[in-house]
Write a protein of this length. Sequence first.
Length: 169
Amino acid sequence: MTRFFSLGAIALILILVDQVTKAAIVDAIPYGDSISVIDGFFNLAHVRNTGAAFGMGQGSTEIVRQLLFLFLPVAFCIWILVMFYKTAKGPMHNSVAYALILAGAIGNLIDRFRLGYVVDMFMFYWKKEENHFHVFNVADSCVSIAAGLLIYDFFLQQKKKKLEAAGEV
């Protein structure tokens, strides 16, 4: 239970960091503008994402957007919270992954309910801004790191199965 509450506290802190960075960007940079941090590589930008990850679904109708970007993510958050609780006694990387997913999902849901879109700000690119990767935020980073941890766990499980099949465990 200590791990559950400790990682829950970290998730809350990440949600706060996400919301504070988004508010700072909205206050500091006019919508659609960016500030160069590392010329030719990284900008801070003020972008509004009305779609899903990487801007997918931005042109969807309002009913589709509400279903896909509000109601289903709330159900998903409840499921992730259950998974987070169930893995609290399992491998630490799984618990951390679910805490990060929860923080990221809630951080972006707060924006969707409050604003109708998600504020993104980190713009990485190569030489020209037109060559940028999709702009993202702290919440998106949490989810991406969590995905890496779950992929890591998948490979650990595959290795364990191979060792068990070979009689080495």
